[in-house]
Design a protein around this ligand. Structure first.
Ligand SMILES: Cc1cc2nc3c(=O)[nH]c(=O)nc-3n(C[C@H](O)[C@H](O)[C@H](O)COP(=O)(O)OP(=O)(O)OC[C@H]3O[C@@H](n4cnc5c(N)ncnc54)[C@H](O)[C@@H]3O)c2cc1C
Length: 312
């Protein structure tokens, strides 16, 4: 990886343990770049790279990654509300904005929609990429346009939401697409009611999820409507299963937690293999990963019939 001195002067570059940048507190070293200047996108895109938000949906391998890991800086963190017209307003939001900040700004302005995502730890870029959602809505529900750089291109373009085949935990754009921001169109709502709805969602999460322990949220996608992965894993008797420092949460079985902050990616991978293998053999269910893995064994994404046995 070679950046010009001018690039390094404008955009902070440092070697960092990615464990410091992920909510799971796992991950080896990488070159972390904070992109401060939009004009430097072409130089950055010419290097091998990966995009990082809050690291709330990532399992990063213990040896780290060789590519530049790029966070968007302050130039991509503005949130601008348009005027209310006929009960609707648009919001222009940069991808580096914290999702909690977007929700708070919209609630204060009396704009409804994003409060349904309350409690999801994310940057707006990560929420767009994952089409993050709750029981009430998905991120893409409120988006009218996204500003992206598609893989192989070096200039941003705006895409209409209608052109994206967004689905459950999928934005419909190819891996490697960079999100720079989005435009939302929101209807007027009562701020007090919106605040109460956000608080209810956050309270439900606090009682049903192990929020005090490092994790990356739900490890697996729900295999079918009405069949939550957490319930299936619970029924398999795997709550509390451990491997090294990693544990299947006793609070929510679809979370793998790192209670002592000493788990390795290999520990988590072992539990993933155990869960996927048992779900397949005992229930005939293929559990697909919801968390993204960087530099982890590709085995984690194979058909579970091909997984080696793990004893927790
Ligand atoms: C306690 C907890 C609870 C959670 N609850 C939920 C929940 O209710 N619903 C839900 O959907 N998720 C949930 N998650 C998972 C996580 O919050 C979401 O997946 C979120 O969208 C991740 O955003 P991020 O900014 O952290 O992205 P990261 O984890 O940093 O990255 C995730 C993916 O997005 C890509 N990415 C990040 N930024 C960009 C960008 N600007 N452009 C292009 N790609 C980018 C990364 O390359 C990676 O592929 C939870 C996680 C935790 C830890």
């Amino acid at each position: 990886m070679r950046f010009t001195p001018g690039f390094i002067a404008r955009n902070p570059v440092a070697t960092t343990a990615l464990a410091q940048c992920t909510t799971m507190r796992i991950g080896g070293p990488a070159t972390l770049v904070t992109l401060a200047d939009r004009a430097d996108l072409p130089e950055l895109l010419a290097q091998p790279h990966r995009w990082l938000g809050k690291g709330a949906n990532l399992l990063v391998g213990d040896d780290g990654v060789p590519e530049a890991v790029v966070r968007l800086g302050g130039a991509f963190a503005s949130c601008v509300l348009g005027p209310l017209r006929a009960g609707r307003a648009t919001v222009q939001c940069g991808a580096a904005v914290d999702l909690a900040e977007l929700i708070s700004v919209c609630i204060k302005a009396g704009l409804a929609g994003p409060e349904g995502l309350a409690g999801v730890p994310a940057t707006v870029g990560g929420a767009l990429r994952m089409n993050a959602g709750t029981s009430t809505c998905w991120t893409m529900d409120w988006v009218t346009r996204v500003e992206v750089v598609l893989p192989g291109e070096d200039a941003p373009s705006w895409l209409e939401r209608a052109a994206l085949a967004a689905a459950y935990r999928s934005c419909g754009l190819p891996p490697g697409t960079l999100f720079l921001g989005c435009e939302l169109e929101l209807a007027e709502g009562d701020p007090e009611r919106l605040r109460a709805q956000a608080a209810t969602l956050k309270k439900a999460k606090a009682t049903s999820q192990p929020l005090a322990q490092p994790s990356a949220g739900c490890v697996f996608k729900n295999p079918a409507p009405g069949l939550p992965a957490g319930r299936l894993i619970d029924e398999l008797g795997l709550k509390g299963a451990r491997h090294g420092g990693a544990e299947v949460s006793t609070v929510h079985a679809n979370f793998i937690v790192n209670p002592g902050r000493d788990a390795s990616a290999a520990d988590v991978a072992a539990l993933v293999r155990l869960i996927r293998g048992r779900a397949w053999r005992e229930r005939g269910v293929v559990l697909e990963m919801e968390i993204e893995t960087w530099a982890c064994p590709t085995e984690l994404h194979l058909h579970p019939g091909q997984l080696s046995e793990v004893v927790a």
